[in-house]
Design a protein around this ligand. Structure first.
Ligand code: ME8
Length: 496
């Protein structure tokens, strides 16, 4: 499971955090499923953009990379990102892999030398055709004029892979959601030009092993990070145990690189393309894409101060649809937090723990095998599991929160707070405790610490992320007789 590797020309913002939290939740879901997961993130440290930003800041490129790479890592540590490896493209292992993979592609006859001239956007680190540019030759993403670049470069014969790419893209799990797969197919159908993969005007990069005057163009170095991290060029045995079972999570701005160039490079090297590329839309702030070069920067740490780590994670996973662009605002975050976390999940936990303390002497009763909640729970598990796997986190979480709402409605209908021991009190409370147990597992990829807190408060040993799915999601797992603790509100309401 991978995130893009982020450029070290600036600090992490919530657009990066959005992708990283999604990838983290998916990695956690696959671990729950008992799969062996290697979750990779890191930083993209070469190229003109990084070199220039270092110059502007009065640092060497390496100093710039060291500083910002650590800032990304700190942001991910703050957001409870469970990465197994943090790759930096300036590491020796990565230089080895890039040189090995591109040498292999050259040996296969897919790399040649030619002269390149074209309009280049340093912000995107990409060439554009004239018809892709706006007025005054402005980059469509950065809205700033592009530059003219002309030099002798090494080229990758991308044009030779149109048929193989079309075949790969006709498999409906290769790129998801569907609209993004159609977009990738459209790019291939429009016709593919060969691409320049090296630069002679730059020194901050991985050296072309057969031409000491050139470094690889940053994108052809960056993409290979995914292979580096599982041992390409250094440990074939390890590489072969992981490849091609790779799931990339990326934003739509880099669809072309991940759904066309990267699979073609792999094919050219005789390797299998990725199992899946999942492409999401942009978070928009005030209708504008938030980016490091835009004005609307919001740091993840600011939001954590207001909503807590899990509050922020939940918003990224539940508040935005997966695929289309969507608006992001503080107001919307408050509304979502209060309705799903404070008023639904937090409220359910508080009601259950209060009644068990008052009326069951603090010991949680066991659920009924034929509870009216059993079927609702099975349905929620089925829907959530399907959407976690798709991946579509907002729909997975919607199913889990719907089960919470149903359980709250069940309590309101039964009013256990008015019951006396001997009534159906134990049965009702046992049923509600069981849905809390099941919901903790369903939501733990999204809000791991809060889910663990619920788990502990209802007396269960260990943590929900140690559960085995689907076995532990079957109705009836809450054993009864456990000590239930009433604590402080799990998600205190936030005023707008
Ligand atoms: O492109 N909404 O790095 P980058 C949602 N180094 N996601 C956003 C976003 C927004 N407004 N803004 C950024 C690069 N992102 C290359 C990648 S991979 C081999 C090399 C996220 O630092 C989204 O995932 O510009 C996007 O694809 C990524 O940040 C771009 O990060």
């Amino acid at each position: 499971m991978t995130t893009p590797i982020y450029y070290v020309n600036d600090v992490p913002h919530i657009g990066h955090a959005y992708t990283t939290v999604i990838a983290d939740a998916l990695a956690r879901w696959h671990r729950l499923m008992g799969e062996e997961v290697m979750f990779l993130t890191g930083t993209d440290e070469h190229g003109l953009k990084v070199e220039r930003s270092a110059e502007e800041a009065g640092r060497t490129a390496q100093q710039q990379a060291d500083l910002h790479s650590e800032r990304f890592r700190a942001a991910w540590d703050l957001l409870d990102i469970s990465y197994d490896d943090y790759i930096r493209t300036t590491e020796p292992r990565h230089h080895v892999a890039v040189q090995a993979l591109l040498t292999k592609i050259k040996e296969e006859g897919h790399i040649y030398v030619d002269t390149y001239a074209g309009h280049y956007c340093v912000g995107c680190e990409a060439y554009y055709n004239d018809d892709e540019l706006g007025e005054d030759l402005a980059c469509p993403i950065h809205k700033r004029p592009v530059e003219w670049l002309e030099e002798e470069n090494w080229f990758f014969r991308l044009s030779a892979f149109a048929d193989q790419l079309t075949e790969w893209l006709s498999n409906d799990t290769s790129v998801v959601p569907k609209g993004k797969r159609s977009e990738a197919l459209g790019i291939v159908k429009q016709g593919l030009d060969d691409v320049s993969i090296s630069r002679s005007s730059l020194t901050w990069g991985v050296k072309v092993p057969w031409d000491q005057d050139q470094v690889f163009y940053v994108w052809y170095d960056a993409l290979i990070n995914y292979a580096t991290a599982v041992g390409y060029g250094l440990d074939d045995g390890r590489f072969n145990t992981w490849w091609p079972n790779v799931h990339h999570i990326v934003g739509k701005d880099i669809l072309r690189f991940h759904c066309v160039y990267w699979p073609a490079m792999l094919m050219a090297a005789g390797l299998t393309p990725p199992q899946q590329v999942a492409v999401h839309g942009y978070l928009l702030v005030g209708g504008e894409k938030m980016s490091k070069t835009g004005l609307t920067q919001i740091s993840p740490a600011d939001l954590v101060g207001d909503f807590g780590v899990d509050g922020v994670r939940y918003q990224f996973l539940r508040g935005q649809s997966f695929g289309p662009d969507s608006d992001f605002s503080h107001e919307q975050m408050v509304t979502r937090y209060n309705s799903d976390l404070a008023n639904s999940l937090g409220n359910l936990l508080s009601r259950v723990t209060t009644v068990v303390a008052k009326k069951c002497e603090g010991a949680g009763p066991a659920p009924r095998p034929d509870s009216p909640l059993a079927e609702l729970s099975a349905e929620a598990v089925r829907i959530a599991s399907q959407h976690w796997a798709e991946p579509n986190p907002p729909l997975a979480l919607e199913a889990a929160i719907n089960l919470v709402r149903d359980t709250n409605a069940f309590l309101e209908a039964n009013e256990p707070w008015k019951m006396e021991p001997g009534d159906d009190l134990d049965a009702v409370m046992g049923d509600a405790l069981e849905t809390l147990r099941i919901v903790s597992v369903l939501v733990c990829p999204a809000i791991p610490e809060s889910a663990a807190d619920i788990w502990t408060r209802i007396g269960l040993p260990g943590r929900p992320d140690e559960a085995t799915v689907p076995a532990d999601l079957a109705w009836g797992g809450y054993p009864g007789g456990l000590e239930v603790a009433k604590g402080a509100p799990l998600f205190p309401r936030i005023s707008a």
